[in-house]
Each structure stands twice: as C-alpha cells, then as structure tokens.
Design a protein around this ligand. Sequence first.
Ligand code: IFM
Length: 450
Amino acid sequence: MSDTHTFPPGFLWGAATSAYQIEGSPLADGAGPSNWHRFSHLPGTVANDEHGDLACDHYRRYADDVMLMQEIGLNAYRFSIAWSRIFPKGRGPINLKGLDFYRRLLDKLNEAGIAPYVTLHHWDLPLALDERGGWANRDSAYWFADYAHNLFKVMGGQVRQWTTLNEPWVMVHEGYVEGSHPPGLSSLEQARQATHNLLRGHALAVQAFRADGGEGQIGLVVNLEPKYAASESKEDQSAMARMHAWMNRQYLDPVLLGHYPEELAEIHGQGLPDFPEADLRLIQEPIDFLGINYYSRSVVRHDPGLAPFYAGRARQDQAAHTAMDWEIFPEGLKSGLLWVKHRYGEIPLYITENGAAFDDAAPVHGRVSDPDRVAYLRSHLLAAREAIAEGVNLKGYFAWSLFDNFEWAHGYSKRFGLIHVDYATQARTLKDSALFYRRIIDSHGAELYW
Ligand code: IFM
C-alpha cells in the first residue's frame, strides 16, 4: 500500500468529549456547581429547558465507556476536567472524591492503551468564580493557573498530554457578546477583558507546567473557521478580514506572534484597551502543539445594520449543511491547516475536534445508519491527509464526539456522536460512523482510498 494513502507512523486516532456535556451527576461527591449548571437551570436558556444533570451518565458509566472506546479502536481520548469537582468553589482545598473519579478514569484509559489528552477547561467555570466576575476579572488568570498547577501535581503521573483551554473564542463570543452561554452578557468591553484574561491564564498555566518540570506536552485548542468574502467588493473583503481577526487571529496572533490583530480596533473603536506589554510577552509563552477544532467555513458579507461587526453570514444555499446549519466544506479544513502552517510556522498540530450533527434515527435491530456522518468523516479525513501531503505536521485526529451529548444551548437536540445514546435508558449503540471509523483506524487511513 502506498505511503500517501496511509497516515504517518504514530498518527493518533481519537475521539473527544467534555465534562459538562457527558458526565452528569454535576453535584455528586462534594462537587460544587458550575456556571453551566446554574445557567442551564434558568428557564429559557437551553432548548427544552434541558441541562447536564444526567447527560450521558458517564460519571457512573465511565468504565463501560472506556470499553466502547476500545471497541472502536481509539488510541487517544480527549476529555475535560470539571474544575468544580476538584475545587468546589474554584479555589481552596482539593475535593478528593472528585479527583478520584478522574484518577479511576485515567487508570482505565492507561490500562487500555488509550492516551489521555486532558483539557483543563472546557467552559464549565466554578460558579463561585463566575460570581466574582469570571473571566472578566483580571484575577481569573491566577485562579486558572493555580488550578492547573494543582492538576499537574496530582495527575502528572497519569497524563502526558495537556491542553489549557478549549475554544476561548466561543466562551467569549457566546458568553460575553451573544449572551447565549454563561455568563449571558452582551458587553464588548467585558468580552475584551475576558479574552485577554483567558490568554493570560493559558500562558501562566503553561509556565506552571514548565516550572514543575512537567513531563509531556502542553498546548491550546482553538476553533478555526476560515472566512471567505461573499464578493470582491471592498466592503465584503474588509468584513471578511474583520471577522477572521475576531474569530481566528484574535487568539492565535497573540499566542504565536505576540500581538493582537489591528482589525480589532474596527470592532472596539475607542473601547480597545492598551494592555501592558508584559502581558503580551507572557501570552507568547511557547506551547508544544496547537489543537484545531474545525467544523465549517463561513462566507461573510458587509452588513451596515449589524453593529459592532458590520458583517453577516452569506448562507451558501446550494451547499449541503449539517443539522447545526453549518455548511459542509472539507476544503476549509485543508486550507485552514495550511494557513496555520504558513502564518505561524512549524508548530505540531492536532485536529482536536471535527464532526457533524445530523438527525439520526433511533437504532433499529442494534444498528444506527448515519451515512451523512460517514461521508462527512471521510471527506474531512481525506482533506487532513492532503494537508499532510502538503507538509502540515499533523499528529492526530479526534472525532467530535464520542457520544451524542449535551450540545450546550441546543440541549440534547443535536446529535454529534459516533455512539448513539438513548437518554431515557442510557443504552449506547455504535453508529455506522463508529464502525467506519474503526475500519479507518485498523487500516491507518488506507480504507479512505478503497
Ligand atoms: O459541542 C461543541 C464542543 O463543546 C466544542 N466545540 C464544538 C462542539 C460542537 O458544537
């Protein structure tokens, strides 16, 4: 078989989840409430007023779930730690029972030969910290670094691969601009502070990892959504550049180049604060790898009515879309990876999330037919392979998600899983996409070309 049809030796095949989306039992064994626990219990915030109280019940079913990962053949699993299980109030003494859950999960993964990729923070902030201003409070960077430092100490023996934050842009945009996630605000000024503090917290955590002589590697995970202009017009072109700066470069430029994009001034105007130079030097603390979450692209048009971005989406009606109404655009994965390589240099990359929600039918005789997801995975894996052929240093791929789960403000209405979850019975069924992925893993990618 030709080398161009398999993936490089050592390439990892994983799947990803996050704590609040799958664990359930959010207050068990002394855990404190998170911002998401409170937010999802406020009427009208989440579709059908759903919440994460049970979710996939992974907190109790984790051992069986690791066996399902083995059945698919995963050799890596990306998941996040619920900060308020370990520190119920965000700071203070460790809650040993909460820690014990992750220790048991990590033992199972390590015994199964599945490398844990641990995300320190995937959006569920301890409520006690949210009530102190959350990420808009400059101290949040120190809270996060302290938490990270403690985890490195207590889990360092079981974990080699860490990421600090998952998709800071989503936390800021949905939480502080759109208000569709906690803290449910609409404040550009607080959004700016939150972005900066998230990046400071990320960098301080990386420094703590190095100071402790942490074995292994640490990186950051961002969502990347390539932007295309709806037309050649100057207005559409600059709307596209503005949105690219806001969503993609706002996080990558400071970490990898040491400055924020100039285009942010068009959005914030006079409200764009001057941050101390020392902060920017801190934020540029080197990382070992970058995780890219890719789902779609967006085509941007100028819209004078849509302050403060003056940009809207030009939906591509002729193209296929997922149940999230996201355009299926595998070329964007390849071009996005190449863009990262050309702009930021040779940093090792992972695709830390990629997948699609579709309206899957319930299992019939133990089978879930999800041909659209199979096609989505196939086309995106082919795009990833092409990016590798063009020199991208891609180390692994994590499908989003291992399970159908709590899709934030959409509740349980959007199914992204390789594994179908019947929420009433908690029965798990491997979808056809999981079986397809297993064949890809078995053949180290060659099956894509058969
Ligand atoms: O479910 C989310 C995940 O938590 C973060 N990345 C995008 C996924 C799909 O929306």
